[in-house]
Design a protein around this ligand. Structure first.
Ligand SMILES: [Zn+2]
Length: 418
C-alpha cells in the first residue's frame, strides 16, 4: 500500500517535470525576450561544437539532471525491486536519454535554420529545457514553419522509435524489464516534449507554427505576432495557476514549482515578443543615421593614454572610444575596462593601441542607412547595447544605442500607444 502510494507520487513528479520548454528559433533574434532568458542562461560550459554551433550546458541543467534521475529511478524501481541499485542506473540512463532528446530537438531546429541561411550561434541546455540561439530573422512564413516544426517532429519521431523498440509500450510501469521500462519512459518523455512544445503560443514551437500559418494566410506579420504572443501569455498564465494549485493545494511542491516557473518564463518571453513586434512596426522606415549620436570622438591608435584621456575623452563622454589608424579605419575600441588595465601613473607610457579591444566589424558596426530595427537586433546579439555607425566608406560617424532607438519608438508611437 505504502509502496504503491510512493510509486504514484514518483510518477506524478516525473509527469509534472516532463514539461520541458524549447526556446528555439528566431525568438533568439529579438532575443526571445532576451533579458528574461539571459537572466537564466548567463553562460554555459561548452561541451562540443556541431557544424559550427556551440553546444553549451548551463549549470542549472545539473539540477534538472539530478531531479529527473531521482524521479525516473523511483518510477522504474518496481520493475526490479530486489536490486534498487539498478533502478539508479536505469534512472540515470533515462535522464541521459532525455537530455540527448532535448539536444536533438534543438539541433533539428538549428540544422533547418542553417539550411535556410540563418546562422545559429549556440544551443544551451538549461533547467527548463533548451535554447537554440538563431541569428537573423526568418524571411518567409514557409521558412518559419519549417524551422519551428523541425523540433517537435524530431521529438515525435524519437517517441515513435522508442515506442517500437520497447514493444509498443508507453507505460514504464507495465514494462517486463528495466530496459523495457527505460525505453517506454524515453518514448513517453519524447511524446510529452513534442506535445508540450506544440502548444499554440509564442515562444513555444507550436506558437511559431501557428504564427507562420497566420502570417502566410493573412500576410500580416505584426498581427500574427500579437495574436500568438497573446496566446503565449494566456498559456503561461494558465501554467502558473496550474503550478500554484499543484504546489499549494495538491501538496506536490516539486512539480508545482516547476510548472509555475515554466509558465512564468513563457509568459514573460511571450510578452517581450509582443512588445518587440510593436517596436518593430513603430520603427518601420527609421534609419540608424536618424537616431545616432554624433559627432563621435575617435582616438588615434598611436596616442598615449594620458593624452587621450585629457584631450579627447574629457571633451565628450561616450561609453567607449573608437580607435582609428592613419587611414581613419576603425581598428579597435577603448573603454573603461581597457583603461583600467593600466595604472594612471603609466598612462603616458602606453599607447591606446596596446590596450584597445579588437573590434568585430560584423558584431559592432552598422551602416548609417541600415534600418533601426536591424541595429536593435544586432545590439541584442552582441549584448552590448550600442553599435558604431559607419559611412559607406567604413569611416566611423557616430554611435547608436538601444535606449536611443527605444526612445525614438516611444516618441513615434505617441502618448496614445504608451
Ligand atoms: Zn523546439
Amino acid at each position: 500500500m505504502v509502496y504503491s502510494r510512493s510509486r504514484h507520487a514518483a510518477g506524478r513528479r516525473a509527469g509534472g517535470s516532463l514539461a520541458s520548454a524549447c526556446f528555439a528559433g528566431p525568438g533568439g533574434k529579438w532575443g526571445a525576450g532576451a533579458g528574461t532568458l539571459r537572466r537564466f542562461i548567463v553562460q554555459g560550459w561548452r561541451i562540443c561544437t556541431i557544424r559550427g554551433i556551440a553546444v553549451e550546458i548551463n549549470y542549472t541543467w545539473l539540477v534538472m539532471f539530478g531531479l529527473f534521475m531521482i524521479s525516473f529511478s523511483y518510477l522504474l524501481r518496481p520493475l526490479r525491486p530486489e536490486q534498487p541499485a539498478w533502478s539508479w542506473v536505469a534512472g540515470a540512463a533515462a535522464s541521459l536519454i532525455f537530455v540527448c532528446s532535448v539536444l536533438l530537438h534543438e539541433l533539428c531546429h538549428s540544422l533547418v535554420a542553417l539550411s535556410l541561411g540563418l546562422p545559429v550561434k549556440r544551443i544551451t541546455l538549461f533547467i527548463f529545457g533548451g535554447v537554440a540561439q538563431v541569428e537573423g530573422e526568418v524571411q518567409s512564413p514557409r521558412a518559419e514553419f519549417l524551422m519551428a516544426a523541425a523540433g517537435p517532429a524530431s521529438s515525435f519521431a524519437l517517441a515513435a522509435g522508442f515506442w517500437l523498440l520497447g514493444g509498443r509500450n508507453l507505460e514504464p510501469s507495465r514494462a517486463q524489464s528495466l530496459l523495457g521500462g527505460v525505453l517506454a519512459l524515453s518514448a513517453l518523455i519524447n511524446l510529452r516534449l513534442g506535445e508540450f512544445n506544440m502548444l499554440p503560443g509564442l515562444p513555444l514551437d507550436g506558437g511559431r507554427v501557428l504564427h507562420s500559418i497566420l502570417w502566410g494566410v493573412t500576410g500580416d506579420e505584426y498581427r500574427s505576432t500579437r495574436i500568438t504572443a497573446f496566446f503565449g501569455q494566456v498559456l503561461g498564465g494558465l501554467f502558473m495557476v496550474a503550478g500554484g494549485v499543484l504546489a499549494w493545494l495538491m501538496n506536490s511542491m516539486g512539480s508545482g514549482m516547476w510548472i509555475f516557473f515554466i509558465g512564468w518564463l513563457i509568459l514573460s518571453v511571450a510578452g517581450a515578443e509582443g512588445r518587440q513586434a510593436t517596436v518593430k512596426r513603430v520603427l518601420r522606415g527609421l534609419q540608424v543615421g536618424q537616431v545616432m549620436h554624433w559627432p563621435l570622438v575617435t582616438l588615434p591608435v598611436n596616442m598615449n593614454l594620458a593624452y587621450a584621456v585629457q584631450e579627447y575623452a574629457a571633451t565628450r563622454a561616450q561609453p567607449f572610444y573608437p580607435v582609428v589608424d592613419e587611414q581613419g579605419q576603425v581598428v579597435g575600441v577603448l573603454d573603461r575596462a581597457g583603461l583600467q588595465q593600466v595604472e594612471p601613473a603609466r598612462w603616458s607610457q602606453v599607447a591606446v593601441g596596446q590596450v584597445m579591444a579588437p573590434v568585430d566589424a560584423q558584431a559592432m558596426t552598422i551602416g548609417v542607412s541600415a534600418p533601426a530595427t536591424e541595429a536593435l537586433l544586432r545590439m541584442r546579439q552582441n549584448e552590448r547595447g550600442w553599435l558604431l555607425v559607419t559611412s559607406p566608406e567604413s569611416q566611423p560617424l557616430g554611435l547608436v544605442t538601444e535606449s536611443a532607438i527605444l526612445a525614438a519608438a516611444q516618441h513615434r508611437s505617441g502618448p496614445a500607444a504608451a
